[in-house]
Design a protein around this ligand. Sequence first.
Ligand code: GMT
Length: 379
Amino acid sequence: MGQHLKIGIVCYPTFGGSGVVATELGKALADKGHEIHFITYSQPVRLGSSRKNIRYHEVNVSDYPLFLYPPYELVLASKMVDVAKHEKLDLLHVHYAIPHASAAITAKQVLREEGIHLPVITTLHGTDITLLGKDASFEPVISFAINKSDAVTAVSHSLRLDTYKLFGITSEIEVIPNFVNLKKMNFLEREEMKSEYAPGGERLLVHTSNFRPVKRVVDVIDIFARVRDQIPSRLILVGDGPDRTKAEHRSRELGISDEVIFLGNVKNPSELLPIADIFLLPSESESFGLAALEAMACGVPVISTNTGGIPEMNRHGVTGMMSDVGDVEDMARNAVYLLSDEKRLEKFKKKAKERSAEFSIEKILPRYEALYNLVLETV
Ligand code: GMT
């Protein structure tokens, strides 16, 4: 791939997986010489300070007394038009259908009136399809935006099938899985950090999420409560969100709050992950489970549910273990099975790390570049 492209990337700039994937993709494309223009309402959390080939365009919605609901999508579409025109973008890659795909299609139509063709690539991430998108109040516009995109990708086969099931989709959806940048992951198990959280040499279980109901954080506490009854251990929870209070309450109710550490949001969880022995992901639904892949990349086996796209990454009995949603007994049993045998645990850790290499950015990035080229060739 010789030609360097000018690519607009639109995403949620927050801690969620879709924003992380979009930001890491943009950074990796910039490293390869492409010119990347992030268009978001604030700086993506994973952007960092290196800005070679990277530009950032902030979307500001003015406060006007008439607006009960600020028209973010309109301002975003206008920003896309402006950036595409003046920075001469080759294409726009939008992450998360609502409202990014529909705003992109509006921008595309505006530009067409001016004789400018702007190819739009939409990447579906999960909750935009499985939770929000199927809601009748979004569905017609989301179906339209997906069908009008020049290319559509989904982060797992499971999400691709869900999208066909839930929407009237007439176009092809390509599966391009999420990835990890192994060069930027931290593999060092820092002893001083480990002893800070596990002063008595306890095992460490970690969970990272946005604490939305779909993540079932109370199950995380219930699993841990069963594990710590059998094996001295501590639980670290990374992230924040609506169910944090419920999880805190549950750990107090069970009398284990001294062994549960709520860290809140952490910019780069990979600094902490290598000290973990097990990663817990008991989600109700999960199109991919990027947080688990990042844990695996740091050599941490995953105890998870078998929902959505998780089985496409986690290998039962090899890189971790999977159970039905809500089966906290089984997930606790599996965690104890791994933690109670040092040799077994080490084997799972090694396999988890090896498996993550199948999702390395070196393998996945060329697939996006090939898709960009295909879209540009078919103009
Ligand atoms: O999990 C969330 O609630 C956040 C959401 C997002 O859009 O950031 O995550 C979704 O996209 C991630 C990146 O592709 C996937 O790894 C997550 O599995 C997916 N979440 C769900 O499907 C619940």
